[in-house]
Design a protein around this ligand. Structure first.
Ligand code: UD1
Ligand code: CA
Length: 482
């Protein structure tokens, strides 16, 4: 939380030329969400009074993809640089006696806590100047213009370099393309995240020029302009440089995605999850894990997925928007989507569970079994090669290998109901709508088109004929032909 008047401006108008993509850069995804989602999450975490998002290139697409309650969009028609982008939004902080937080939309790893710390740093600087914290008008004639978040990168190439004076004030920021060989040696770089005193920023923006290598209006020049008027910007150098990594191309996107994944895995590992070969495991933001969960290689946990205590997920499983109970075993190569697996169930290997399926306690869903929009009761087994769609299956039911619910007649989906303790013989075709009663039995290979009463046997099959010595007869038939 920031406890002083603050407007946030997130820059997202750029095309992202280096992505070589039809899709606007900020919509390229990091762990399943558009990269700008993370930036906005952190910005909103500190609760600014207003959040403005500057959009331009393919703005409709960007606006539609951003789910941000209360955010306002500002349209930058031509993308003439980061300074021009903020200039476009300036009416929103005209006559605003507070601060403006500016964040590049292509910096997804910044933490909310770090933005909070930047606010605290600014407050400390202002207090040092002797300003009255309760009355922000008191800041107006002070020399603190704002702060910029910086970090030292192992390889600073491509970033703006921070030039400081001996009092650690930022003299200016020099872009890679404008830097002298000596300036390029500096490894402290600009994050693209700043907080400026709004009235100072407002007037400095008017003075920006584009006489640089890229013929752009650089936001960074605001710092130099203000300094010449005796108003200084200070650098908050943060220890974890990964937070400020910008994403300009697809290699950087992959790099950022790996770092974020590692952050999530570190968090869950320290909270009681075992990961085997963690580098290969994919975990998204909304995943929630209880303790003693064990996850093997190449598992993807996506969307809002919860996994309860003691559950084991074997290799190559994908689990998306699903709830997995306690002591469940999801065996290798299973795909579970929008479904629930209750305590003690076993699923897979090679199972597919989807569309609001619910697998009951201690049920066994075996290999090459697909369950769609169905409820499977406690201890019910469907161990091999089966499709159950739009079905309601009771407790202790046995579904034989090869059983299929024929749920679709080409126009509509129909329901199959199988009651408790029924025994479905292998290769039964259940032509829905159909109800199989309690403890009812179907004969293997039957095509069941009518309801089966409780405890009855339904068998639909031709009588088996036996022709004795047929093999010999057949041989003779061929001998005659020769
Ligand atoms: C910028 C900084 C650089 C810093 C780096 C950190 C400037 C001049 N340079 O460089 O010092 O080290 O970020 O990642 O600010 N955008 C607009 N409208 C525009 C241009 C850009 O909205 O007209 C948006 C982009 O969509 C992007 C952000 O601003 O989200 C940054 O623009 P980008 O071109 O990526 O700047 P960098 O070259 O990375
Ligand atoms: Ca960038």
């Amino acid at each position: 939380m920031i406890d002083f008047p603050l407007v946030a401006v997130v820059l997202a108008a750029g095309k992202g030329t280096r992505f070589k993509s039809e899709k606007p850069k900020v919509l390229h995804t990091v762990l399943g969400k558009p990269m700008i989602w993370y930036t906005l999450y952190s910005v909103r975490w500190i609760k600014p009074q207003k959040t403005l998002i500057v959009v331009g290139h393919k703005k409709e697409e960007v606006i539609n993809a951003i789910d941000c309650d209360g955010c306002q969009f500002v349209y930058q028609e031509q993308q003439l640089g980061t300074g021009h982008a903020v200039y476009t939004a300036r009416e929103h902080f005209k006559d605003f006696d507070g601060y403006v937080l500016i964040v590049n939309g292509d910096t997804p790893l910044i933490r909310g806590e770090t933005l909070h710390n930047a606010g605290e740093f600014l407050k400390a600087l202002v207090r040092y100047e002797g300003a009255n914290l309760e009355n922000y008008r008191g800041y107006r004639n002070k020399s603190v213009a704002g702060i910029v978040i910086t970090a030292r990168l192992p390889s600073p190439y491509g970033y703006g370099r921070i030039i400081k004076d001996k009092d650690h004030r930022v003299v200016k920021i020099v872009e890679e393309k404008d830097a002298t060989p000596e300036e390029k040696q500096i490894n402290e770089v600009n994050s693209g995240i700043y907080i400026f005193y709004a009235p100072y920023l407002y007037q400095a923006l008017e003075k920006l020029e584009n006489n640089n290598a890229q013929k752009e209006y650089y936001l960074t020049d605001v710092i130099d302009i203000l300094r010449q008027e005796g108003k200084y910007t200070y650098a908050l150098e943060i220890p974890d440089y990964t937070e400020i990594l910008g994403v300009n191309d697809r290699l950087q996107l992959a790099g950022v995605e790996n770092i974020l994944k590692e952050r999530y895995i570190t968090f869950w590992a320290l909270n009681g999850t075992t990961f085997h070969n963690p580098q290969s495991i994919w975990i998204e933001f909304d995943v929630d894990l209880s303790k003693d969960v064990e996850i093997y290689q190449n598992v993807m946990l996506q969307g809002k997925t919860f996994i309860d205590e003691g559950t084991v997920i074997e290799a190559n499983c994908i689990i998306k928007n699903s709830k997995i109970g306690k002591n469940v075993r999801i065996l290798a190569n299973s795909y579970i989507e929008d479904s629930e697996i209750k305590d003690g169930a076993v699923v897979g290997p090679f199972a597919r569970i989807r569309n609001n399926a619910v697998i009951g306690e201690e049920a066994v869903i075996g290999n090459f079994v697909e369950i769609k929009n169905s409820i499977i009761g406690k201890r019910t087994n469907a161990r091999h090669l089966t499709y159950l769609g739009d079905a309601e299956i009771g407790e202790d039911v046995n579904i034989g290998a090869g059983t299929i619910t024929c749920n679709y007649d080409g126009f509509k989906k129909h329901k199959t109901i199988i009651k408790d303790r029924a025994f479905i013989g292998s290769d039964t075709m259940l032509v829905a709508p159909v109800v199989i009663g309690e403890e009812a039995i179907t004969g293997s290979g039957s095509v069941i088109t009518k309801d089966v009463p409780d405890k009855a046997l339904a068998i639909e099959r031709n009588q088996q004929k036996i022709i004795e010595n047929y093999a010999e007869k057949r041989k003779k038939k061929y001998e005659k032909k020769d």
